[in-house]
Design a protein around this ligand. Structure first.
Ligand code: UD1
Length: 354
């Protein structure tokens, strides 16, 4: 059997790895490397357990702060591990520092790189994720594009010959996660009723790294008529600690939730309010409208179909966020833009190429 090394490090990558790993192990010898980027149990181990992902063969334990230090330490440790493992191909997922470090270390060792979730572009180079995506696509021997617009971006950048439209692996992740979920138990745990609350998540540096902008955004969300449940990412928690007294009464903060809980909470919410990329598409697939607290999105199809609305906090006047959300009307149609049986399609392409 040929050997594949899958490199992951952050929460959204564990979610993508679950269906991929299950499908790939039927035909390849898979070795998993965890960079250690996300290390809290609620952000990492619990996801491996919940999604039944095999334990990582290597955990590099890199939790350094700062992009240069984090990426640099990953490069050093990944090169050493990849030389030892000597795989036929390396697979990286998404757009984090672990993605870029994985792609760069493999490419320098002349190991072919496959990028799952390639071609997404926000056209905002102040996002570290945008830089990670552009460079990873360029370094990859094979780019798996999740949606048509991603494929178009890859073609425009001259990467047509190394790109394939496969659909989005998170369609499979979502089916796996929801199959395990007990919806009533989750709603009871958080004392919520169907379609009677909003789900809020925030972790982008430009939204959560300055107390003034975070405070103003929370104030604006205070104008919503229903309760907001707010599972707090560790990055956001650091700043929120100083703002506790200023959080409006309709916002309830809780620890990060499990994947199954996240899906149930998204499915049953009136709407999701988020700056996460993954939640924009999960909510779409689950039929819940989403309001994205950013100036732009990589998931252009969700905007075009009317299910996703951009609300840039800094540019939006005091009442506009709550007015827009309070008066939103559901669109008539929700086309299947993310594909189906995606992990199996990816494995077929891998078998054909490697
Ligand atoms: C990273 C990814 C982002 C992805 C997000 C998902 C990059 C550049 N960004 O952002 O694309 O959407 O993960 O969650 O790679 N921390 C903890 N415990 C943890 C993990 C992180 O306390 O388990 C702390 C870190 O020490 C750091 C901060 O949270 O201070 C941010 O973590 P980091 O991994 O740098 O980036 P994220 O904001 O999570």
């Amino acid at each position: 059997m040929k050997k594949i090394v899958s490199i992951v490090g952050a929460r959204p990558q564990f979610i993508k790895l679950a269906p991929f790993s299950k499908a790939v192990r039927q035909h390849f010898n898979e070795v998993i490397i965890h960079t250690g980027q996300h290390y809290d149990s609620v952000m990492s181990q619990q996801f491996f357990k919940e999604l039944e992902i095999p334990d990582p063969d290597h955990n590099l334990g890199i939790k350094a702060l700062g992009h240069a230090l984090q990426t640099g330490q990953m490069l050093m440790a990944l090169e050493e591990t990849l030389i030892k493992e000597d795989p036929h191909v390396v697979v990286v997922f998404g757009d984090t520092n672990s993605t870029l470090a994985g792609a760069l270390s493999a490419a320098k060792l002349n190991i072919p790189v496959v990028h799952v979730e390639a071609g997404l572009r926000s056209s905002n180079k102040t996002m570290p994720e945008e830089i990670n995506r552009i460079l990873t696509d360029k370094l990859s021997s094979l780019c798996f594009a999740p949606v048509e617009s991603a494929m178009e971006s890859l073609k425009k950048e001259g990467l047509k010959d190394t790109s394939l439209l496969t659909g989005d692996i998170m369609v499979d992740s979502l089916a796996m996660g929801l199959a395990k979920a007990d919806e009533n138990a989750v709603l009871n745990k958080f004392e919520l009723s169907v379609k009677d609350y909003y789900l809020l998540t925030l972790h982008r540096p430009y939204n959560v790294d300055e107390s003034v902008s975070l405070k103003q955004m929370l104030e604006k969300l205070g104008g919503l008529k229903k309760e907001l449940l707010f599972p707090v990412h560790p990055r956001t928690a650091k700043l929120l600690d100083h703002l506790k007294a200023l959080i409006p009464p309709n916002i309830r903060t809780v620890e990060p939730v499990s994947f199954a809980e996240s899906l149930v909470l998204q499915k049953n919410a009136t709407a999701c309010i988020t700056d996460s990329g993954g939640m924009q598409k999960e909510s779409y697939i689950l039929g819940t409208p989403v309001f994205t607290l950013r100036t732009e999105t990589e998931w252009k199809e969700t905007i075009e179909t009317g299910w996703n609305t951009l609300l840039a906090p800094a540019l939006t006047p005091q009442n506009m966020i709550s007015d827009t959300i309070n008066s939103y009307q559901l669109p008539q149609n929700r086309p299947a833009i993310f594909g189906k049986a995606v992990a199996a399609a990816m494995v077929n392409h891998l078998l054909a190429r490697f």
